[in-house]
Write a protein that binds this ligand. Structure first.
Ligand code: UD1
Length: 368
């Protein structure tokens, strides 16, 4: 089988595409995969690390107002569409799968016009604009949440599969986390602000790092995002902390080995992006969630509430975020082991490790 997967911009769209690619390869030996993304989005770096063949098309989001930028964006999207048509002719895929982000627009559209079977996956409860438009044209729409079905014009082609989690995440074991500073006999805390990092979390973390550095019982791994890394390091230095000498704390701009970190983490402090949520519940990790307040339709708070209501997570609103609140919640869960166990169980109960199989079957059925 030959498959094109496409999803771009941020990690939340990229990793589900990689998961589906891997799932199809594991289901059918000899499956050939091509990832189509943009040169500018995070996918260029992430996909390169995986060794999956990668090709690019040019594309960008269309501004909502009429003006010079709209004209130049339309030109780029048109160029991207013709590049995608050429990729279809050269690679000749049996199926094209899109997981959201602007890049999916021209890629999936080219496949539709070439009469290649198409499938898109929507991670969030509130569908993104590209997926809403493409849903009218593709053969099948897979969603994470039943709640999103109503936003699509043809509910008949929508299937609720859950969000496909990378097999590497499902298979990683706690001992894999030792290279990242985690230890089996310590309370391991992973802090990550989504695939691009979160400035408000980084700023609050200065106080948290001051509190926990040299703490014998805690290991902490903070992923700042590429853009926030230097600012955080500078702020720590201003407080007299040398980021290179924090002993029990590691700070990274980005983590390619997220499977190892998630396998070893006892607690995660993070944004509430849909892909992250699917991963932490698949692993059964308790979480402190700080939803990104400007996500479309405030969908991250909606994601977070689903976990908080079931007792799997604690939520701190971004506007109310302080280092002290993070410290208090980490200490509470570290010291109250029964509460921690209860939250871990509730988190695991919300996980959908079957989602990858569901979407793999959906793709295979489309080809029958
Ligand atoms: C601001 C915004 O609108 N963000 C959206 C974006 O978030 P974002 O791209 O941040 O998506 P998520 O938090 O859902 O997923 C991040 C992905 O990147 C991985 N990762 C992250 C950091 C790192 O250092 N290494 C790494 O591997 C995570 O394991 C996960 O697989 O897409 C999600 C899925 O459509 C949405 O739900 C989010 O609301």
């Amino acid at each position: 089988m030959k498959v094109i997967v496409s999803g771009g911009g941020t990690g939340g769209h990229i990793y589900p595409a990689l998961a589906i690619a891997k799932g199809l390869q594991e289901a059918e030996a000899g499956t050939e995969v091509l990832y189509v993304g943009t040169a500018k989005g995070l996918e260029a770096g992430i996909v390169l690390q995986t060794g999956v063949p990668f090709r690019t098309v040019t594309v960008e989001g269309l501004p909502r107002k009429i003006g010079v930028r709209l004209f130049s964006s339309l030109l780029k999207v048109t160029k991207g569409f013709f590049q995608a048509m050429q990729i279809m002719d050269e690679f000749r895929p049996d199926i094209v799968i899109g997981t959201g982000g602007y890049v999916c627009g021209p890629v999936v559209l080219a496949a539709v016009l070439k009469k290649i079977p198409t499938l898109i996956h929507e991670q969030n409860a509130f569908p993104g604009i590209t997926n809403k438009l493409l849903a009218r044209l593709v053969n099948r729409v897979a969603t994470t949440f039943p709640e999103s079905v109503k936003y699509f014009k043809n509910p008949g082609k929508v299937v609720v599969t859950g969000l496909p989690v990378r097999p590497e995440i499902l298979n990683a074991r706690p001992e894999d986390g030792t290279d990242l500073g985690f230890a089996p006999d310590r309370f391991n805390v992973l802090v990550v602000g989504g695939s691009r990092g979160a400035r408000s979390i980084n700023l609050a973390m200065v106080e948290v790092l001051e509190h926990f550095h040299n703490h014998a019982g805690v290991r902490l791994l903070l992923v700042t995002g590429e853009s926030g890394y230097h600012e955080l390091n500078d702020r720590l230095k201003l407080r007299g902390l040398d980021p290179a000498k924090l002993n029990n704390i590691i700070i990274r701009p980005y983590l390619h080995n997220m499977p190892a970190a998630l396998a070893a983490a006892n607690l995660i402090v993070c944004r509430a992006g849909a892909t992250t949520i699917a991963e932490i519940t698949a692993k059964g990790i308790p979480s402190i969630l700080i939803p990104y307040p400007y996500a479309a339709e405030n969908h991250q708070e909606y994601n977070a509430r689903a976990l908080v209501d079931k007792g799997a997570a604690v939520m701190i609103k971004d506007a109310e975020l302080t280092g002290r609140k993070i410290i208090e919640n980490v200490e509470l869960l570290r010291q109250d082991i029964q509460l921690w166990h209860k939250m871990a169980e509730k988190s695991k109960a919300l996980g959908r490790p079957d989602a990858l199989q569901n979407i793999v079957k959906l793709a295979q059925n489309l080809l029958k």
